[in-house]
Design a protein around this ligand. Structure first.
Ligand code: HEC
Length: 295
């Protein structure tokens, strides 16, 4: 009797180790992207002819990175203009743009994504910061777009960034980000996962939410764990996310190409005071800017 219990639990242990085996990151290729401080350059801003000449290309179906990414990184982004009073009335961070390495892989159960970057700690002095404790130095979010969000493969997270969202000039301080025609039940939403560093290295937390008619910071069941470590100023943040999920979670399957964007808050900043990526795509054994190979 006793020995069969032991044998059973040993089998269960082996099973769980196999299911959640950490990927061997040394074999997963890296794709370098850049994140930048977008100021108040919202979705509306990118779609207004007088502010952004790229609007014409966007209406024809070009993606942000089709115009803006070259061999050396992001192009045609005038950081002085983005840091100016017109596009950053509160005050720009010193580091307007920085590189992030992305890796992705998956197995039968999970998608694993790993982001590596050096986090600048030089946000403008008057940028709003976390008020309550714990104050998270760094927060890293990934937003995956559902296939029903029109143009998400072109525009990434920009479709959730609006002029009337809190911390934009003159906006309602309570209005959270949203996607037009957002409808959780109808499948029109961004699935959103986030890692938040702890205070003095302790108590890191994670969020599994979504953005539909508004941003909701809970409800998701897909995020198994978000882990981060800092070594010599370099952050390595790893997300383990089930391929399946619950409310506000997209179901991922090999063969899919999934639009996503990344947002990184550094220096305890909140709201729009982040550095963001343009829209990229994740290919699960499928075409994509970042290709996830099965392990
Ligand atoms: C058809 C090409 C094209 C596309 C597509 C495009 N842009 Fe641009 N973008 C430009 C050009 C050219 C500039 C330089 C300033 C200008 O002419 O408007 C620019 C400038 C910018 C700037 C910096 C402000 C400045 O004037 O330097 C931001 C921010 C920006 N684009 C964001 C985006 C985002 C976000 C998307 C996708 C939603 C996007 N762009 C899509 C061509 C494009």
């Amino acid at each position: 009797m006793k020995s069969s219990v032991i044998a059973l639990s040993a089998a269960a242990l082996t099973f769980s180790i196999n299911t959640f085996a950490a990927p061997d990151w040394s074999t997963v290729s890296k794709r370098d992207i850049q994140v930048f401080h977008p100021g108040v350059a919202s979705h509306e801003w990118t779609m207004k002819k007088s502010s952004h000449s790229g609007r014409v290309g966007l209406t024809k179906g070009d993606s942000c990175i089709a115009c803006h990414e070259g061999k050396t990184g992001l192009l045609d982004l005038d950081m002085k203009k983005l840091a100016s009073m017109e596009l950053e009335p509160v005050g720009a961070p010193k580091t307007m743009i920085f590189p992030v390495s992305i890796q992705a892989t998956f197995d039968d159960t999970n998608l694993y994504m790993r982001l590596t970057f050096r986090a600048p700690a030089d946000a403008a002095a008057n940028a709003p910061r976390e008020e309550a404790s714990p104050k998270h130095d760094v927060k890293v979010a990934i937003m995956f777009a559902s296939p029903q969000i029109e143009h998400a493969d072109q525009q990434g997270c920009w479709l959730a960034c609006h002029n009337d969202v809190r911390s934009m000039p003159g906006a309602d301080p309570k209005k959270k980000k949203f996607v037009e025609h957002g409808d959780l039940a109808g499948g029109v939403f961004y699935d959103y996962i986030q890692w938040k560093s702890g205070e003095a290295g302790n108590g890191a937390t994670q969020v599994d939410g979504h953005v539909a008619a508004e941003r909701v910071n809970k409800g998701g069941k897909a995020l198994v764990k978000a882990e981060g470590e800092v070594k010599d100023g370099i952050y390595t943040v790893t997300f383990t996310r089930k391929l399946s999920g619950g409310e506000g979670d997209l179901k991922f399957m090999p063969g899919q190409t999934i639009p996503f964007g990344v947002a990184i808050h550094t220096d305890k900043t909140v709201w729009r005071f982040h550095h963001v990526s343009m829209g990229y795509t994740l290919g699960l054994r499928a075409p994509g800017d970042i290709k996830a190979v099965k392990q």
